[in-house]
Design a protein around this ligand. Structure first.
Ligand SMILES: [Zn+2]
Length: 369
């Protein structure tokens, strides 16, 4: 038996002419021109890939050589071949060809790109359709859990000083600013209107101006709903689906994980630049001296230089941009000074006594021992 055929080698799109021979329970595939043997297929390993139909040829494959495809155009030859094959050829799973592997890989890449790029963007954009009351409900719950987990610093004299600062820059904002007893040198904005300052940040802050800049920066995150976007992104589609049922209380993640994921919003360059600019505009408007504003980032920069990776200050620092951020604040401070001219009169923030009270909000008792 000799059957004329074509074959695909799995590497090229081109079909090669071939001859099939049947010997001792095997199908031998030879190149038609030179007679070179290309494949030896046991009949029981052969699979029908495609039956011939209305102009399409029949196709055969082999489990052990999934790259190679046999193409049979003559219906008579096809029937001769099929008569040789055992029943298993009609049932086995179709093998994966080289070209289908490429196709699967491309499809997989497209799906991954969709899931990693398009879905987070879609989820972020969907925040515009979520009422802000949902932000507040979620943020309040997380902050409440955080207070329970870490403990609040609630010294009245200190909190009065803090309220004075917040009122100075945000008299019309319904902000909920609290301080937690944790050594992290940072501050975080939450969905809704909550801002949490960590004890470590207040302890190390060098001036009320620096603290006001960080506060105003967090206000920027609040205004642009960065925390809600980050939260919705971290919770994923399941969260959006739960929202459609009105259920916002079921949050899968622990509070510290959520805080961690919200911290990532500080690592978004666009969000940072937008919040920095918001802070600068607000402080300029309130006539707060910007010369001392960048000291938080200057400390962060020193930490980066010492530890390479800024664990302590990482959330606000995002090292490659720290220098640029400092430069931008200093440039704005220079412009502010020029605008002031000889007046040199900036807004009064806190008295020395009030600043001292605020600085010791979490550490007063510990320091006195
Ligand atoms: Zn930030």
């Amino acid at each position: 038996m000799k059957i004329s055929c074509l074959y695909l080698d799995g590497l090229h799109a081109q079909q090669h002419p071939c001859i099939l021979e049947h010997q001792a329970g095997m199908l031998i595939l030879k190149e038609r021109e030179c007679g070179k043997k290309k494949a030896f297929w046991h009949l029981e390993d052969i699979q029908i890939i495609q039956k011939p139909s209305s102009g399409s040829p029949g196709k055969l494959g082999c489990v052990y050589q999934p790259d190679i495809r046999l193409i049979i155009h003559s219906l008579e030859d096809w029937n001769t071949l099929i008569a040789l094959l055992p029943q298993s050829a009609f049932k086995k799973q179709l093998p994966i060809t080289y070209s289908s592997i490429v196709l699967y890989a491309v499809l997989t890449c497209l799906c991954l790109a969709f899931f990693y790029k398009a879905i987070p963007i879609f989820i972020e954009q969907s925040v515009a359709f979520i009422p802000t009351s949902v932000d507040t409900k979620i943020g309040d719950q997380i902050v409440l859990d955080l207070h329970e987990e870490l403990g609040r610093c609630e010294n009245k004299e200190s909190l009065d000083a803090l309220t004075k600062m917040v009122t100075l820059i945000a008299p019309s904002y319904d902000l909920n600013v609290s301080v937690v007893d944790f050594a992290l040198e940072n501050a975080l904005a939450f969905p809704g209107n909550s801002i949490v300052l960590f004890g470590g940040f207040i302890k190390n802050a060098e001036s009320p101006e620096e603290m006001l800049f960080v506060l105003a920066h967090e206000m920027g995150h609040v205004k642009y709903r960065h925390a809600m976007k980050s939260f919705v992104r971290s919770q994923g589609l399941s969260f959006l689906l739960r929202l459609t049922t009105g259920n916002v209380s079921m949050i899968d993640t622990g509070v510290l994980d959520i805080v961690g994921s919200l911290g990532n919003l500080h690592n978004n360059r666009g969000n940072e630049a937008q919040s920095d600019q918001f802070a600068l505009d607000l402080l300029l408007q309130k006539n707060i001296d910007l010369q001392k504003a960048p000291s938080f980032f200057e400390r962060a920069q020193k930490q980066e230089a010492i530890f390479d990776l800024p664990d302590v200050l990482d959330l606000l620092s995002t090292h490659p941009e720290t220098e640029e951020r400092i430069r931008h604040i200093k440039e704005t401070a220079k412009t502010q000074r020029k605008m002031q001219g000889e007046k040199n009169k900036y807004a009064h923030i806190l008295s020395k006594k009030e600043w001292k009270a605020l600085k010791s909000i979490c550490y007063k008792e510990k320091e006195e021992k």
